[in-house]
Design a protein around this ligand. Structure first.
Ligand SMILES: [Zn+2]
Ligand SMILES: [Zn+2]
Length: 456
């Protein structure tokens, strides 16, 4: 059994992992790097050049897991592609949006490689995807078989991260490999906690997003929701608006559900603004509300909250109206996105607020702003002059990712023979590695060096 980490660095970038077993070759996930452009935004596909893949398995539809799938499919025309049905629906919307973003980037910065794929190629690619049910065993040619089949098989487990997200259990050569994808072991406001295997995993490939974030023992989702609500009230009392940078997939819908609770309990009622992409994904959440496990299955985000929708054109005229919440993507406030453009009208205004509710790369504009001191100068887009931070900034823990404590507890329950730590910045994977080495002396714990093939 061979494994290659196809990310370019130890980081949360363009996630992709190669596995070779029993004469089969497959890739788990095929993301796009949120910070880099061109070739650097792709996983390191050169590391598997000349090898023909049988299958590509996608854990969920976030950009860092599915964002360059059409490119890999072009290079691997024979590979079968598997994911859950909601991941396919959302993935299609996100990839088409990504074509638009890349086309704009080409016009603005002349990146000649862009777009990395076209609308037409995205349509063709998604026609080749096979939707798979949760908790069913499939062979790499997509046939459903009993769990004890002697073939190399895979099975999707619910990951509790965003709609459609999964962990992947592979069975091959009498061994089991479990890839967590992005996971949450706790309930969120809409998403319910992961349901993962609790025994019989020989090799665990585990995400480490929050490996360097300790959580205060008193923290709970309910107490954090309450603090969020009080912070909105105080922000409105200061006569300002609230910008909440969110990912279009997952965090937008979680924030909308929290705001719904505020309205339902008649605590506060106010207009909400979201972006066009977030609205499209919320529509999928609404359509699928009663299918599968989730909280508030009757809640229809778009009908019940009636958010105003801003897009790439109207954002330039959008004013910072007091008493309103602007839940805009992207979550990392990448230059040219709605949250980045809107924030330029918020940052130097003491009456306005920015609330951070999830993960942001420390070097992204959201990461920079989150860590900025009052009155400090920040530059959040390359074409902007620096601005002084006068707005009110607050941080909340509504992560869609498992806490490091729950990841460690999961690994300890499984006690696998080998643990590979992925999807984390260096301090995060290092904390997890050190802790697991001391807690599980019988397990071999490693951080797979990017681009290097090794025997599992
Ligand atoms: Zn994710
Ligand atoms: Zn991820």
């Amino acid at each position: 059994m061979k494994f290659i980490n196809l990310t370019r660095r130890t980081e949360i970038g363009a996630n992709s992992y190669y596995l070779e077993t029993a004469g089969h070759r497959l890739v788990l996930d095929c993301g796009m790097h949120p910070k880099f452009e061109g070739e650097e935004a792709l996983p390191n596909m050169n590391a598997i050049a000349g090898r023909q893949l049988d299958a590509i398995i996608i854990s969920h539809s976030h950009q860092d897991h599915l964002g360059t799938l059409p490119v890999l499919m072009r290079r691997q025309p024979k590979a079968r592609v598997f994911m859950t049905e909601p991941t396919a629906e959302i993935g299609n919307v996100l990839l088409h949006n990504s074509v638009n973003v890349m086309t704009r980037q080409r016009e603005e910065s002349g990146t000649t490689m862009y777009p990395l794929f076209t609308h037409r190629e995205t349509d063709r690619a998604s026609e080749r995807w096979q939707s798979c049910a949760l908790r069913q065993t499939y062979t790499l040619s997509g046939e459903r078989v009993p769990a004890d089949s002697s073939d190399t098989t895979f099975e999707f487990f619910e990951a509790g991260h965003v709609l459609g997200s999964t962990g992947v259990l592979l069975r091959s050569e009498d061994r089991t490999i479990f890839y967590t994808g992005d996971v949450n072991f706790d309930d969120q406001t809409i998403a319910q906690a992961a349901v993962f295997p609790e025994t019989n995993v020989d090799i665990l490939i585990m995400e480490c997003t929050r490996g360097d974030t300790p959580i205060p023992p008193t923290l709970s989702r309910a107490s954090e929701e309450k603090r969020f609500m009080q912070a909105i009230e105080s922000a409105f009392a200061r006569g300002g608006c609230v910008l909440v940078p969110v990912f279009a997939l997952g965090k937008t819908q979680e924030v909308l559900a929290m705001l719904y609770k505020l309205r339902r309990d008649k605590i506060l009622d106010f207009p909400i603004y979201i972006g066009g992409l977030s609205a499209k994904i919320s529509e999928i959440y609404d359509r699928r509300a009663q299918m599968g496990r989730r909280q508030w299955p009757r809640l229809q985000l778009l009908d019940d909250l009636r958010p105003y929708v801003l897009n790439a054109d109207s954002i330039h005229e959008a004013q910072t109206r007091p008493g309103r919440v602007y839940a805009l993507s992207s979550g990392m406030m990448t230059p040219k996105t709605l949250s980045n453009i809107f924030s330029q009208r918020v940052i130097d205004q003491p009456r306005h607020s920015i609330f951070f509710v999830g993960y942001a790369d420390p070097e992204s504009p959201a990461g920079i702003l989150r860590n900025a001191l009052p009155n400090e100068e920040v530059t959040i887009a390359p074409d902007r002059t620096p601005q002084r931070v006068h707005c009110h900034i607050e941080q909340f823990q509504f992560s869609a990712h498992a806490s490091r404590e729950s990841l460690i507890a999961f690994a300890e329950r499984l006690a696998p023979k080998k643990i590979l730590l992925v999807h984390g910045d260096p301090p995060a994977v290092e904390w997890m590695r050190a802790r697991l080495v001391s807690d599980l002396p019988k397990s071999e714990v490693s951080v797979p060096t990017p681009g290097v093939e090794f025997e599992l």
